[in-house]
Design a protein around this ligand. Sequence first.
Ligand code: G3H
Ligand code: 13P
Ligand code: ZN
Length: 333
Amino acid sequence: MVSFKELGLVNTREMFAKAIKGGYAIPAFNFNNMEQLQAIIKAAAETKSPVILQVSKGARNYANQTLLRYMAQGAVEYAKELGWEHPQICLHLDHGDSFELCKSCVDFGFSSVMIDASSLPYEENIALTKKVVDYAHQFDVTVEAELGVLAGVEDEVASEVSHYTKPEEVVDFATRTGCDSLAISIGTSHGAYKFTPEQCTRDPKTGRLVPPPLAFDVLDAVMEKLPGFPIVLHGSSSVPQEYVDMINKYGGKLPDAVGIPEEQLRKAAKSAVCKINIDSDSRLAFTAAVRKVFAEKPAEFDPRKYCGPARDLMTELYKHKIINVLGSDGKAE
Ligand code: G3H
Ligand code: 13P
Ligand code: ZN
């Protein structure tokens, strides 16, 4: 058993309370490798933004949980080395799907876990979430839960339609589970294809897809029922078209990839939405940069020569999100 406190990490309690009060959101960036982690920490340190490092079950399988844990511990030291005196870094399990997985992360030094039982019937979601909360809270680890189902793929949980969160359930759910934050479904979804072309209109000038707006009425109703309660948005990548264009230009194939417009995320960040999850945008930036090097310098075979530019582009992306979308810069001096 190792406490996250020994690793220099923080849980989400204070971060979220300040974010709601201050009208901004904390970035929750997924990482699977060293370059992503370096880019996240560099961006957070340079902007003095609190940050949540997210590890999915897939990331854990890909990179090894022991290695990821020590990487997060190293990230705290790296942040200090970069001149960030009091780094506020949370290590969070993304989409935990069982009590055992959540427990293992709590025991292993994570400061926050998500139990995603949103695909289960309501009472089963409550029972499993409460079990995780009861365990995690003994160690001051905070717990995110989910109500409502996002369209697309949630790790291994597939759903073709989006089921918005029912505002009439949130008080009962939060009270009976004791969860610290709640992920809700208001029209976001995972991945780089958040809407079908049929769900969008097309900008006549650019020919680009224009997605439908998020269900802010559902968010408003949730906030009315649970005033001041921390709300989380998953599936919040914007799928920047410059990366999609770069990928397509240099041999990729991502037709009609589309995300959540930034102005909608800006609006959400000012509300009780205090954690915004971004993974796909980082994958797109990485892939775009690597493809460019491969296309322009076919003789290159030193991984640093293509992972380096990928890391630089991701750093730029993370800083942009922090400063121009979430507004969390300068909140962890
Ligand atoms: O919510 C999904 C995250 O983007 C993690 O994706 O399961 O492929 O690591 P992953
Ligand atoms: P995106 O696929 O939109 O980046 O969402 C990531 C996410 O929700 C991780 O839990
Ligand atoms: Zn998610």
